[in-house]
Ligand binder design. Structure first.
Ligand code: NAD
Ligand code: UDP
Length: 400
């Protein structure tokens, strides 16, 4: 058998196999990270979540019921991923799993904007209170923690408070978001949208303080709109019909159902989108380069992929037409007010451009995939996965 080359970190040191307690492993980001770790590294994952649908393909398959006495079918990474179905809100097993691991990655959160203003208590509990024991167990047991925060901690840009045509709005210091320099600007309390950002900011500050006062080895990740296959759910197919996922799944759902894409308040907000597979490369570098990642806060996004939400809708419409072979709708988008779409208390981040200096310097990471290419592969997946199910659901007679 050919010898497998040793994995080396960015400083040329050999990377030892480690055990990673990944909380929220069954979600969108977790599923891609598990896939990467299984396919390309020798590390072991203790995958913690209340669901495992998105990582089922990675777990060993049970023996078919008809073939009594057969062993379960093993994956090539057999024995390196174990699923633990537990809710971190109330489960004594969590501390044991963290103690067994070299590193904990916490991805668990309520993180869909439709929940922030309609379920602010659940949002705050999930993003702050439920994360507290994870931080405490890591700190008390001298375990490294990679905690997933959000770009939303930056809130609104400084430039957004200037008049629309003010020349300073075009100056980078008025909109580029820097980990070690930009302020966090949220709206008033009645705009409950900011419950998520505020809870994430407080847990970031707590982790930072644990690092400063108690020596916790931590890395904070601020994702900037990571998108790709398996993100969220398609309402009425693999999630509640009245559910409102994030924009990629909302627009995919509209395209699959041949209905106009809804532009909240005209779709004027700007976002930068990064392909999940590029972003996962950054997380792997953090995992395997603790000396470079500990004590750091990292923006992870693609500043080159900026669009307004309206432009995103237009590009997705064109890409979907290409991958499905169906002509675009005559009226591809409609405007809807944020109050109608999300309810009272919604507010929005105006613009999100990540500064990449720190992640570049520490990890040498850069995103690669253009918006068109990442939408092409993602919408190909959405079409292949959902088009038939949607067609059947839409053909069912509606109960009178
Ligand atoms: P996701 O909702 O797909 O995944 C979160 C997972 O956590 C889910 O599988 C959920 O079941 C699990 N979970 C939640 N509460 C739990 C609990 N009490 N016990 C056990 N499991 C629990 O979301 P995602 O997009 O994969 O995001 C992961 C993290 O990254 C979150 O912390 C989110 O705030 C952050 N983030 C993601 C993005 C992005 O672009 N996807 C942007 C900003 C921040
Ligand atoms: N949005 C929209 N139509 C939709 C869903 C979302 O116009 O069907 C907008 C939303 O108001 C926001 C942007 O798309 O301006 C991105 O929303 P997402 O839910 O992905 O999360 P965010 O980037 O705000 O955290």
């Amino acid at each position: 058998m050919a010898a497998v080359a040793a994995r080396l970190d960015l400083d040329g040191n050999r990377i030892r196999p480690m055990t990673i307690c990944m909380i929220g492993a069954g979600g969108f980001i977790g599923s891609h990270l598990c896939e990467k770790l299984m396919a390309e590294t020798p590390h072991t994952v203790l995958a913690v979540d209340v669901y495992n649908d998105k990582i089922k393909h990675l777990l060993d398959l049970p023996a078919p019921a008809t073939e009594a006495g057969q062993e379960a079918r093993h994956q090539p990474w057999h024995g390196r991923i174990q699923f633990h179905r537990l809710n971190i809100k109330h489960d004594y097993r969590l501390e044991g799993l963290i103690k067994m691991s070299n590193l904990t990655i916490n991805l668990a959160a309520i993180c869909t904007p439709a929940d922030y203003n309609t379920r602010p208590l659940d949002t705050i509990y999930s993003n702050f209170i439920d994360a507290l024991p994870v931080v405490r167990y890591c700190s008390e047991n001298n375990k490294r923690l990679i905690h997933f925060s959000t770009c939303e901690v930056y809130g609104k840009t400084i430039g957004s408070f200037l008049p629309k045509d003010h020349p300073l709005r075009t100056e980078p210091e008025f909109y580029v978001l820097m980990e070690d320099a930009s302020p966090c600007i949220f709206g008033p309390l009645e705009k409950q949208r900011w419950s998520y950002a505020c809870a994430k900011q407080l847990i970031e500050r707590l982790i930072y303080a644990e690092g400063a006062e108690n020596g916790l080895g931590f890395t904070i990740v601020r994702p900037f709109n990571w998108i790709g296959p398996r993100m969220d759910f398609i309402p009425g197919i693999d999630g509640p019909s009245e559910g409102v996922p994030r924009v990629l799944a909302c627009f995919s759902n509209n395209l699959l159902r041949h209905e106009p894409l809804k532009l909240v308040d005209g779709g004027q907000s700007q976002r930068t989108f990064v392909y999940i597979k590029d972003a996962i490369e950054a997380v792997l570098l953090m995992i395997e380069n603790p000396a470079r990642a500990n004590g750091q806060i990292f923006n992870v996004g693609n500043p080159n992929n900026e669009v307004t939400v309206k432009q995103l809708a237009e590009i997705m419409t064109r890409v979907y037409s290409k991958v499905s072979g169906e002509p675009p709708l005559g009226v591809p988008t409609i405007d809807v007010s944020s109050k109608e779409f999300y309810g009272e208390g919604y507010d929005d981040s105006d613009k999100r451009i990540p500064d990449m200096t720190i992640i570049n310097k520490q990890l040498g990471w850069n995103p690669k995939t253009s918006l068109w290419d990442l939408l092409d592969s993602t919408l190909t997946y959405q079409h292949r996965t959902y088009a038939e199910a949607i067609r059947r659901a839409m053909a069912k007679p509606v109960a009178s």
